[in-house]
Design a protein around this ligand. Structure first.
Ligand SMILES: NC(=O)c1ccc[n+]([C@@H]2O[C@H](COP(=O)([O-])OP(=O)(O)OC[C@H]3O[C@@H](n4cnc5c(N)ncnc54)[C@H](O)[C@@H]3O)[C@@H](O)[C@H]2O)c1
Length: 331
């Protein structure tokens, strides 16, 4: 049984707590929030001890096997750095939320500290923890699609937040770009255009072209001015022998063979109903990685992957600002 802590008890921290509580291999023993009311409320909900700072939690008698960091802050990632560094310094495995940070230099420091301390550090890049994505990856590996040529991703939600110019790309698109990397690997070059939505001050719409290191080409469409009946996300993999489409992360998986009309399609593969269930599956994999002593470098959706998607995001921003194709930094 893993004894787990949660730092940051907003909606998402409580969601992590529910997933750990429902998993038979873990339980929540400590909750920590600088907002006392939130910590106390979560403590009574999850039958855990409340703390009001990470330092206080680390000084207590509680021995943590792992800790989620579900703080938010600027661009939903500005507050992760301090508690994450404190936990990693104490050699406690961390599952952070996305974006790993809105500041790539801080993300680099967190990744470097985890590496130095040899501590597992994962990020909740949950959109690819679906039976549909796993099946599609198996098909790709076995050659069912032939040679992969194109990866297209559309991800959008209604989000009226106007806090910073780059909030949309930095806060939402760690997810979409992580799914794209899952299938096609590292990205070498990007070129992007942005548009501000009607009446908006921020860059709430994006179209980005990607050239992966292996020569695959990809396209990301993103928006904070869409959603509702538009859905959440669509992934398309186009190969020389077949095309795969995944709708809404887990709701529909389809295989279209190039040389036949016989389309194969699954609704809710593996019984996964809708996107919110990806939290349970991602946290389940994190728990299994810890239970099986997976080496930190082999942790699924590790912090380094989250850093790499932020580096792609910064290159996308730079491309728009400079009106140029930008080479993506690899670390
Ligand atoms: N993976 C997903 O699908 C998904 C979906 C939505 C949000 N998120 C991410 O989840 C994170 C949390 O989102 P939220 O909506 O719950 O945020 P929130 O602002 O409601 O909650 C964050 C909490 O962290 C606390 N906090 C901040 N700094 C702290 C510190 N140093 N120590 C202890 N507590 C601290 C705050 O007091 C607050 O209660 C964000 O990074 C967001 O991007 C992920």
């Amino acid at each position: 049984m893993l004894d787990v802590g949660i730092v940051g008890l907003g909606g998402i921290g409580n969601n992590h707590a529910r997933c750990y509580t429902e998993n038979k291999h873990s339980r929540v023993v400590a909750v920590c929030d600088i907002d006392k009311e939130r910590a106390d409320k979560a403590a009574s909900l999850w039958k855990a001890k409340p703390y009001y700072s990470v330092k206080q939690m680390l000084k207590s008698e509680i021995n943590l096997d792992a800790c989620s960091v579900t703080t938010a802050g600027i661009e939903n990632g500005g507050d992760h750095y301090k508690p994450t560094m404190e936990l990693l310094q104490a050699r406690i495995p961390v599952l952070g939320e996305k974006p790993i940070s809105n500041d790539v230099n801080k993300a680099r420091k967190m990744v470097a500290l985890a590496k130095k301390k040899r501590v597992p550090y994962g990020v909740n890049l949950n959109h690819r923890f679906t039976p549909s994505a796993v099946r599609a990856k198996e098909w790709l590996k076995k050659g069912r699609l032939g040679e992969l040529n194109i990866v297209n991703m559309t991800m959008w939600i209604n989000n009226p937040n106007e806090s910073t110019p780059w909030f949309h790309i930095r806060a939402l698109h760690p997810h979409s770009l992580d799914v794209m990397r899952y299938f096609a690997g590292d990205v070498e070059f990007v070129q992007a255009f942005f548009k501000k939505g009607k009446g908006r001050k921020i860059w709430s719409n994006v179209q980005a072209n990607l050239l992966f290191k292996n020569g695959v080409i990809g396209h990301l469409t993103g928006s904070y001015d869409a959603g509702g009946s538009y859905g959440l996300e669509t992934l398309e993999l186009v190969g020389s022998d077949g095309r795969v489409v995944i709708n809404e992360a887990c709701e529909k998986l389809s295989f279209y063979p190039r040389f036949s009309r016989e389309v194969e399609s699954f609704d809710h593969l593996g019984g996964m109903g809708a996107f919110p269930e990806t939290f349970q599956s991602r946290i389940g994999v994190w728990i299994d990685d810890l239970r099986t002593n997976t080496p930190p470098s082999k942790i699924d959706a590790k912090a380094e992957d989250a850093l790499r998607v932020q580096l792609i995001i910064e290159s996308i921003i730079k491309s728009w600002e400079t009106r140029k194709i930008v080479k993506v930094s690899q670390g």
